[in-house]
Design a protein around this ligand. Structure first.
Ligand SMILES: [Zn+2]
Length: 137
């Protein structure tokens, strides 16, 4: 807050008004509901393997039949975040995607968790049913 105050001290007129509007919008965004929600139903938990790499900050949910990884979750401060691998989804038009490259090498754990809190889906519900009547994956 004081950093913004120092920054806005040099502004006047519309620029000052816009800076204040931006500051208020960011403040509202911090406490707002997440913009995305994910509901996952696992029909046969026995077919899902879970794996955590070195830092053990994320869990990869792997299909035991085909090896696909449709979901990765990360629990941060007792809150579950997730990302979905759209490459394994059916009927997704590639034109809907905006692809980019990313390199997380050298990222420390604090930065990694902050990035996930910022970018991953923040409202995640995973339910498991014991019924294994379907053979699709
Ligand atoms: Zn599968």
């Amino acid at each position: 807050m004081s950093q913004d105050t120092n920054h806005t001290a040099r502004l006047a007129g519309h620029a000052l008004r816009n800076a204040h509007l931006r500051e208020r919008a960011l403040e509202r965004a911090r406490s707002a509901e997440p913009l995305s929600r994910l509901v996952v139903t696992i029909r046969d938990p026995a077919l899902v393997s879970k794996y955590a790499f070195g830092t053990r900050t994320a869990t990869f949910h792997i299909c035991s039949r085909c090896g696909a990884v449709p979901l990765v979750t990360s629990e941060i401060a007792k809150h579950l975040y997730a990302v979905v691998n759209v490459n394994v989804l059916e009927n997704v038009d590639p034109a809907w995607m905006r692809r980019g490259s990313a390199n997380f090498e050298g990222e420390d754990i604090a930065s990694r968790l902050a990035r996930r809190k910022r970018n991953w889906i923040g409202d995640v519900r995973i339910t498991e049913t014991a019924v294994s009547s379907r053979a699709t994956c």
